[in-house]
Design a protein around this ligand. Sequence first.
Ligand SMILES: [Zn+2]
Length: 201
Amino acid sequence: MAKLYFFYGAMNSGKTTRILQCEYNYKEQGMRAIILKPEVDTKGNDKIVSRIGSTKKVDYLIKPNENVFDLIINEYGHVDLILVDEAQFLTTRQVNQLMDIVIDLDIPVMCYGLRTDFKGNCFPGSQRLLAIAHELTEIKTICECGKKAMFNVRLIDGKVQTEGESVAIDGVGEVTYTVACAKCFRMKTKKKFDHGEIKYE
Ligand SMILES: [Zn+2]
């Protein structure tokens, strides 16, 4: 039986590299994997860009209100695997539609994305995937102190940001990100977790 997978981690944890490797492996076996990406992510537009420099054009950019189940039925028919990059930007409904694809079409769906935004809050897509995916796999990366990095810290001109919109794409304008463990995230943002400022909706 097909499953819905969520591979999550902080930025720079090698998620895109894994997608490219996975797609390649399927192709070598004579199977068809397609790569989807929510359109909101403007980094590389219709390409996915891994940190080690390889790029590939995605098969389809998902629009914010698009029904992903209908998309697969109408445009692709049967594929062997669906890979979703930047899955944190999916809507709750689109994650539900991916689950319907898994159940009704028996196609495995592997989503890759961030667990939380720069304020330490779940993105809607990640929250839904963490709730319903059959399998959760953390992709680990390392904080500068050597501990496991769990959080993303937003920088503008090198200065740590604690306010702003949830979505600001890395490398667009002066926005960059770095990763941090829980302790370093608290230190860098100067916010205690139970301070009433980091809000958990
Ligand atoms: Zn640290």
